[in-house]
Structures are given as C-alpha cells and as structure tokens.
Ligand binder design. Sequence first.
Ligand code: PMP
Length: 425
Amino acid sequence: MSLKSYSDSVSKVWPLFTNIDVDYGEGIFLYDRKGKKYIDFTSGIGVTNTGHCHPRVVNAIKKQSEKLLHGQTTILYNSMIDELASSIKKILPDELNCMFFSNSGSEAVESAIKLVRHATGKPNIICFQGGYHGRSIGALSLTTAKSVYRSGYQPLMSGVFVSPHPYFKQHSNENSEQRVKHCLDELEHILNTQTSPEETAAMIIEPILGEGGYVVPPKSFIQGIRNICDKYNILLIFDEIQTGFGRTGKYFAFEHFKVKPDILVIAKGIASGLPLSGIVANKKLMDKWVTGSHGGTYAPNPLSIAAAVETIKVLEEEKLVHNSEDIGNYLLDKLQNIKNKHPNVIDVRGKGLMIGCELIEEDGQSGTYIAEKVRKNCLSKGLILLTCGPYNQVIRWIPPLTTKKSDIDRSLKIFEIALKQSLGR
Ligand code: PMP
C-alpha cells in the first residue's frame, strides 16, 4: 500500500501528523523506510521512557508471545498480574496497594470516575483548568486543555465542575503565592456553591500539566488541594499518565509535592509502548467496587504485562529515574541559556525530562506560529519535537530517559538553528 493511499484511507484528525513512514525504532532514534534517521524527543508522547525497542523489553515480549497472547482475565487467574502489581507496589507508598488494569489512559480515567462514584455514592467531580484526561466522553468531560477537544461533543458527562489553576491567572497582578491562595479560595467556593461536599466524590488533577502546557504548579497549590479534600472528605485523583514512571525525575510526580493521592492513574511509560494502563488505590477503597460492576475483555494483556515488568526492572537497574533528573537539569540549563539569547523564548520550565519551552510572537501574542515553524524546521533536520499548551505555543521536550548529554547537545544545536530560521535571523 502506498503512503498516499494509506493516508487517504485514514482520517486525518491529528494536527501534528507528519508523513514520516516509520519503519523501526532503536533507543532515541526512529528510522523511516528510506533509512532516514530521526531523533525522537517525543518518546511517542511520553510512552517509550526506556527508548524505542529496548532489547530487554523486546526479549520479554518475544518470550511471552510464544506462551499466551490473550489472558482472558475476566475468567482466568494469572499470576503474572500479581507479579506486575508487586513491581508497581515497590515504587509506590504502602497505602497505594491495589490495582485495576486497562489498556489506554482514557480507559483508566473512566475507571477512576466510576470507582469514585461507586465507592462514595456521590455524583460530582471537580477538575482543573488546563487539564487533559483523555477523549472518551467521561475523560473528555474532565479535559479542558483546549477547546478543540470538546467542541462538537456536547452534551458531555454531567456533574463536572472546573476550578482555576494558578498558571492561567498570570495576567493578574498577584504574586505566585497570592495566585495560589486565590485559586484555592475559588476551589473551596465552587465546592460549597456550585456543588457541595456531600455531592462531590473526587477532585482530579495532573500534578504537572501535560497537554495544558508543561506547567509545574507551586507546591502549595497541590498541597492546598489535598488539604481541602481532607477537610471535606473528598477523594483526590492524580492523573500521572504522562508524568509517571520516571518521566519527571521521580518515579511519580506527586513525590515532588510531598502529597499522596487516594487514586493514582497510570499508563504511557509503564510498558515501553505496549498498551497498558490502570488505577492504583487503597484496597479498602477498591473493595467498595462490587464484583462484576466494571471491567473489559482485554486488559491486562500478557504481552503488555511482560513488557511492564521488564520496563520497571530496566528503569531501576539502569538508574533511568536518576538519569531523567540529571539529564533534565542539564537540558533545562541549556534551554535557559537559549532563552537568555532569544526574547521570543519567554519561559523554560519543567521537571526531569518533561520540559516546556514557551514562545511568543514579536507582537507579544502567543507563539503559536513560531512554535509550529520551529517544530517543522526541527523535523526537517531530523529532530522530532511536539508542541502543547492551549495555543500550541509551547515546544515540549520529552526525550527517552536513556538520553545522554551528547544527545541533548546534538538536538539543541538543531533546535537553535531551527529557532533562528523560524525567527528569520
Ligand atoms: N491523561 C493524561 C495526563 C495524558 O497525557 C493522556 C494522553 N496524552 C491521557 C490522559 C489519555 O491517554 P490515552 O491517549 O492513552 O487515552
């Protein structure tokens, strides 16, 4: 099948879709069918944390593929699932000790929605400005990162209330702590007026915003949300689909804030590219789920389990979480230097290897067009980067956690040339 007929037969709903006819991946690199090599600093949008086709992960999948492809987990026990749960438990606090698995991030968010409603008997959920939680109707109802995601899909799920995030209040004259206080006051106000604590099952937030612009909020914001949840007996869900499994220089981003969730949503980096997701909570909470009330045919798939168990071993044995912190700091520093030279770069931020570089146009407008030019210019030079943020004005860096300083140097050279070209310098 030619690329053209393939592209013509697949709906083009992706704005960042490229015509790279990808053939294979190896570490930080992707190769197209003509042999052209690309540095993939998207990691498949935060999925291939161990790099493309890590040999140990590939081997684990190969071995498993000869034994069992479908686990029939709705009717059959398989001790592999317990092995997977034990590997995940080792990298989590003791309270987060019970799991439910699914295939995609959105599905896991649906599980979280259903669990909190079922367990508390309360209908409402509070989410936050700039959040991304997926595209299925329930998950989409909690997603506010961009209007394009929601428009045309109404009516969405009812019982959802959106509370402000300090990042989107920067136009006010308040300092960071005042903004946090303002947002927390508003959260409490929404909780007590638009809904009520008696009707609110949970709050859900990405501790570090992903699609919303790679935003690290002040610690006091996440801690304040935890305090309000505790005060009113409301469950707190952290969506760590993008930030989990070492991406931010810790196994999970909540560690940066010294706050624990009641429910953790996981996916992406867990299985190096195979579909696997899940929620993790305390057993007492999970036990409130009545047998038979939730589930699906496929998850967790045995190949995905094998990949995940090996992925977690690789993260630990190759010290990739530490590398994420170390190389992330290196990249952050270098991008700061670039920011100091280019007034169109207004902000560089992030944790570990999840770093956003925000651009503005010459006239002070959001840097949507420059960011798109930079992305395209990088791509033509063999560096794949993505954008994010409400106006796609942020270039995001999500390299595999195996990335070395020399890889960063090489990609930054391309980035700076692309940036200059895009600015017409
Ligand atoms: N939550 C977050 C934080 C995400 O980053 C994503 C995917 N970008 C999702 C949910 C949805 O995951 P999926 O695309 O696998 O449904």
